[in-house]
Design a protein around this ligand. Sequence first.
Ligand code: KG4
Ligand code: ZN
Length: 363
Amino acid sequence: MRLLAIETSCDETGVSLVDVDVESRAGTILADELASQAALHAEYGGVYPTLAKREHQKALPLLLERVMRGYDATSVSAIAVTHGPGLEPALWTGIEFAKSLAHEWGKLIVPVNHMEGHIYSALLKREENSKFTILNPNYPAVALLISGGHTDITLITGEGEPACRTDRYEYLGSTRDDAVGEAFDKVARMLALGYPGGPLISKLAQEARDSNLPPLEQSLPRPMLKSGDFDFSFSGLKTAVLYHIKRATESGHVLTEDEQRQVAREFEDAAADVLASKVAAAAAEHGAQTLIIGGGVAANSHINTRIKEQFAREHLDIAVYTPGKGLAGDNALMIAIAGAFRAERGEYLTEGEELRAHGTLRL
Ligand code: KG4
Ligand code: ZN
C-alpha cells in the first residue's frame, strides 16, 4: 500500500510518500521531506507552540507539493497522520491538513501514535535505492522511548491482531518530571550552548572523554537509581547542574571550555547510568528478548553503548535495536510505517469518528 504520512507533533514538519508491503516487511521511500524549525526556536531555548503551529502551516503545503511531484493522488492508498502525543497546537495543524486532503482525495485516514512511530524507526533498516526492510523483533520486547517529551519504558507483547489498538503495550515506568531530552536541552541552556541541547552536550562530553579531563570534584546525582521501580526523575539532576554552575561562578569566574566539557560529561554519564540500569532491570524482570530504543535521544551513541554494556555486565542476551542515521528524531517516514501496520489491520478512522489532537496520548 502507498501511504502519505504527515508528522507535526513538535518542531519538525514531516511529509513522506512510502510504499509498504506489511506482509513481506519491506518497502520503498518514494519521497521523504522534513522541515526543521529548530533554529527558530533556539532563542526560546525550547519549542514555542504558537510559532511551531504557524511554521507547520507554512511548511505543509510546500512539502506536500514536493512529495507528490511525479505521483498522482489516486495512487495513494491512505493518509497516516500523527494525532498525539505532542504539542496540541502543532498536532492540530497536521490533523486539519490530513482531514482536508482526505476529503479532497477521497481517502481514509489512519491515526498514528507518535511514540509508535519512534518504535518503528528503530526497526527500520534502510537498504540501497530508497528500499528498506522492517525488522521483526522477538517478543516480549522492551521499548525505551527517550525524547524531548518522553522517558518511558514500555513492554511490548507482540505486533497486534486486527483492531487490537492498545493491548500489546504495557507501561512499566516513565519520568515523574522532566523528560531526559528536556534535561539535555535545559543543561545546554545553562551552559549557553544553544538548542536543541542533546547533540551539543553530547559533543562536549565526548571531547572531555577524548582529552581525559579529570572528573568533577563532586559528582552529580543518579536520581532514583535504586528506587526499585522503572520510573525516572531528571529534574533533580538538572537542578544539581544549576547549583554546580552557580557555585563555580559565584566569585565572578566564567566557566572555561574544559569546565563546560566536564559538566557535560558528568551530566551525560549520570543520565546514561540511570537509563541503562532501569532498562536492564525492566528487561530482566520481563524476560525481554529485544530492546528497542527510540526517540530523539536515541541518537546519543554514548547512552546506547552504556546500555549495551550494562546488558553485557548483567549477562542479558538481548538484541538491541536503535534508529539508523537520521531516523532518531521526528520524521514522517516512521509515521508511514506505523500507519501501514495499522491500516493492514483495518484501523482507519471510521465515519463519524472524530479525529482530535491528544497531547498526552498513550500507546
Ligand atoms: O523525538 P524528538 O526529535 O522530538 C520529540 O518528540 O521530543 O526528540 C528531541 C529531543 C531533544 O530534547 C534533543 O535535545 C534530544 O532529543 N536529542 C539528543 C540527541 N539528539 C537529539 N539528546 C541527547 N543526545 C543526542 N545526541
Ligand atoms: Zn519524537
